[in-house]
Design a protein around this ligand. Structure first.
Ligand code: BEZ
Ligand code: FE
Length: 297
């Protein structure tokens, strides 16, 4: 295997993986090499550009720490996260669709009773949220665990403040015997994804804006149903058609209805997919934490 040229090198590299014991790993690496080489040939990649790419990815890794995952942000802004969600959560008609997980979920959020104020002092206008967790046939799902999180009126999550004593705008609730839940929070606003790293450089270099339309995050788990990771988006948001991370789906639009006494009310039902009802390869790995710890074998 000598004198490889720009046309013969791809097969030579793929051949080197011939003895990979895991068929899945072999398939993934084979296709990665094939598409990466095709990409380099198609754009006629120069050595300077190759080096710029290496430096960009190096900076992306260096920006990561226990709280910040710049590689996921890169995947989000390149549409790879949403593509993976879409492929892995193909649900029957009528189920609430899944969307990107995002970097601001925190394990171990405070538990609240229905009716509680999860804002916990966060800035913003009051919003009363209510709805029902149910199955496709309308059956109420009692005891579903709802993990909820959102940004405040300035567009920041509690974890983005350095000196905050208590969690704000996040909490865990359980649906009642009739499947219903309700809580008080602040009205969601549009906010920009973090742009102080290489992903921000990429957005600026490509004249893209960093905004996400206003939304409220949910992760809902219930026995016998696929875990749902989603958000409800404000139907009147100007960024619905240009979400920086491509997460908007028509079925996830909700109405923040202004109330006579001030504030808003949002009513939104969360419809879960029974486990095993339809192909859903990602159902066992619905949270980002699980995806991180998984290995290809
Ligand atoms: C979020 O909605 O929290 C989010 C999702 C993807 C990237 C950045 C933020
Ligand atoms: Fe968010």
């Amino acid at each position: 295997m000598r004198n490889l040229n720009q046309h013969t090198i791809t097969e030579a590299v793929i051949e080197r993986f011939a003895d990979t014991p895991s068929p899945r790993l072999k398939r993934i690496l084979t296709h990665l090499v094939k598409h990466m080489h095709d990409f380099a040939r198609e754009v006629e990649l120069t050595e300077d550009e190759w080096m710029q790419g290496i430096e960009f990815l190096t900076r992306t890794g260096q920006k990561c720490d226990g709280n910040r995952q710049e590689f996921i942000l890169l995947s989000d802004t390149l549409g790879l996260s949403m593509l993976t969600v879409a492929m892995n959560h193909d649900k029957p008609e009528g189920c609430t669709e899944a969307t990107v997980f995002g970097p601001f979920h925190v394990d171990g959020a405070p538990h609240y009773e229905n009716g509680a104020d999860i804002a916990n002092g966060a800035k913003g206008e009051l919003c009363e949220v209510s709805g029902m967790v149910r199955g496709i046939d309308g059956e109420p799902i009692a005891g579903a665990v709802l993990d909820v999180w959102q940004a405040d009126a300035t567009g920041h999550y509690d974890v983005q403040y350095e000196a905050l004593a208590q969690p704000q705008n996040r909490g865990v609730l359980v649906s009642g015997p009739d499947g219903r839940f309700n809580f008080r929070t602040v009205a969601a606003v549009a906010y920009p994804i973090p742009v102080d790293g290489p992903v921000g450089d990429m957005l600026r270099a490509t004249a893209r804006h960093p905004w996400r339309p206003a939304h409220l995050h949910f992760m809902v788990r219930a026995e016998g149903y696929e875990t749902l990771v989603t958000h409800v988006f404000r139907r009147d948001d100007p960024y619905l058609d240009s979400d920086a991370v491509f997460g908007v789906r028509e079925s996830l639009l909700g109405d923040w209805v202004p109330q006579a006494g001030g504030g808003y009310a949002l009513e939104f039902d969360l419809v879960l997919n029974p486990k095993g009802s339809k192909r859903s390869v990602g159902s066992a790995h619905a949270t980002r934490g699980l995806m991180r710890s998984e290995s290809i074998s």
